[in-house]
Design a protein around this ligand. Structure first.
Ligand SMILES: CC(C)(COP(=O)(O)OP(=O)(O)OC[C@H]1O[C@@H](n2cnc3c(N)ncnc32)[C@H](O)[C@@H]1OP(=O)(O)O)[C@@H](O)C(=O)NCCC(=O)NCCS
Length: 146
């Protein structure tokens, strides 16, 4: 589901917990910025047994969107939650006139690269030493939406 302001506020600590475990501390900063309206991003969430199982943060400008973060609770991966998030994003993009969607992913992150490929993203660029801590290349991926 797409989170409105009140659900985002309610789930902020769970989102930060899952995200910070996956991304070393960036997620809580993102969520603070969204809640304080310093940036406008869409946040999608999947719940299991009324608890957050995964989330995805999307930034949309005109007809383009960027997936900034997607993470599923470690104990619940490979259970279709990432797929559910991506399906919701595609529906939202179709409803909001998005024709191009893109992202960056660590080169060594083979599960995520496989996940995006399954959803029709193609690898079309490399940013050398883009990530810090540890330093690593970013693979650029994108998908055209019809
Ligand atoms: C990437 C991530 C969001 C996928 O979520 P998930 O809920 O496990 O994904 P799903 O169960 O819906 O799997 C969808 C497809 O992704 C691919 N996939 C997911 N995990 C994979 C793995 N460990 N190895 C290979 N392929 C994988 C498969 O193609 C899978 O389809 P299949 O189950 O029919 O083979 C999850 O692994 C995650 O949170 N990783 C840590 C955070 C991260 O790296 N985010 C991306 C950063 S850009």
């Amino acid at each position: 589901m797409l989170l409105d302001f009140s659900l985002l506020s309610e789930l902020r600590f769970e989102i930060s917990r899952i995200g910070d475990a996956a991304f070393h501390g960036n997620t809580s900063l993102f969520i603070e910025d969204i809640i304080n309206k310093r940036v406008q991003h869409e946040v999608f969430a999947v719940l299991r047994k009324e608890k957050l199982a995964g989330f995805l943060i999307l930034s949309a400008v005109l007809d383009e969107a960027e997936i900034l973060e997607v993470a599923v609770s470690e104990s619940q991966r490979r259970n279709g939650i990432g797929s559910e998030l991506m399906d919701e994003v595609f529906v939202w993009c179709a409803e909001n006139g998005i024709s191009h969607i893109f992202l960056e992913v660590r080169e060594s992150n083979f599960p995520a690269r496989a996940y995006y490929k399954k959803y029709g993203f193609v690898e079309n660029g490399l940013r050398k030493n883009y990530y810090r801590d540890p330093v690593e290349n970013a693979v650029l991926m994108s998908k055209e939406l019809s």
